[in-house]
Design a protein around this ligand. Sequence first.
Ligand code: ATP
Ligand code: MG
Length: 413
Amino acid sequence: MADKAQRVRGTQDIFGEDAARFEHVVATFDRVRRLYGFRPVHVPVFEFTEVFARSIGETTDIVSKEMYSFPDRGGESLTLRPEFTAGIARAYMANGWQQHAPLKLAAWGPLFRYERPQKGRYRQFHQLDAEVLGAAEPSADVEVIALASHVLGELGLGEKVVLQLNTVGDAATRAAWREALVGYFDRCRGELSDESRERLDKNPLRILDSKDERDRRFVADAPRIDDYLTADAGAFLDKVCTGLDAAGVTFERTPTLVRGLDYYRHTAFEFVTTHLGAQGTVIGGGRYDGLIEALGGPATPAVGWAGGIERLAMLIDAPAADSIDAAVVPMGEAAEVVAVEVLQRLRRAGVGAEQAWRGNMKKRMAKADSSGARIAIILGDDEIAAGEATLKDLTRGEQRRVPLDGLVEAVKG
Ligand code: ATP
Ligand code: MG
């Protein structure tokens, strides 16, 4: 067995400034999703393997090579979730959440994918996730994209991240476009990467996604979806674009942006940055009208996105470190008992307060100074005997005595 103190490859221990960045991303998401009426949801970290295999699709990298699957003690195959959408769709069906449709949901938490770890790519990573289930209207697409854009804006990333938007059309559009793509790539089959030759048979749209130079040369001139859009699909795209304009969300139309699976419809989008090297996609999403049917449920139109918390956390400016309002500095055993009582009174009143547990007066005062506290509350024998405390304003250096029973007000005031 490996050294027991060692992390499993691709996992992280998040602390200090990294933890502050992570928390800031989550707190911002949680604040903004409330403004849009997205309700919190928690789904299991593991599901029956079937849930992901069926909804994500056997031909995807995720299902074919990235899942953490294992038999449980009962012999069932379970999988650690590689994404949120499948579990949320399963929960929607299983719990009769159709009654709430259209249902706007927000989640965040850990995901697991067996990938090659590198900067911005881990085996246990975390996502923010937003979904609207039971809505076929382009307004729902506009809403989820506006939410994503708003979160990025609040994180100060408005300038660093660009929204790329495309459509994969409706079923008829997709079938016609797919045929055109197969015809086109079949003519250069011999010059494609091995992986794309395989995609040509199984999932030709994914060739457009290829990062391999051998494929990219041909992708540039591949048939464009715009030439195959049905009137309905074109009208849907127009409404999304008009809505985004009205919402003040800027985007670039990116005709090569695709979602490989058959149940994806209409809107596909990514928020990308040039600041993270190869791991440049921070948020990816789209409309997945056929997914719930693929899981055996009723036809349920839906749209959503997922964003990588670590990638967002790397991009933002470092948030201000947590700081405490008051540092309590007791001297002597009697004062230490009073200090505990004072600390709890302050905290219950909503004032952040700490005390150093050891050291002489000088050491404890130095600690109070470096803690970022605004006020030191000094409790010595004198103060205790008088039923008072000394309040020292650490920014101005002034100090005064206050009675213990008026302490909370004095600190807050
Ligand atoms: P990529 O192209 O980077 O592999 P993806 O298409 O696999 O991304 P999605 O499944 O759409 O990504 O996940 C949404 C977001 O989650 C990504 O845009 C990214 O920010 C983040 N993400 C995906 N995989 C990882 C990972 N292994 N480590 C960290 N973040 C990840
Ligand atoms: Mg990936």
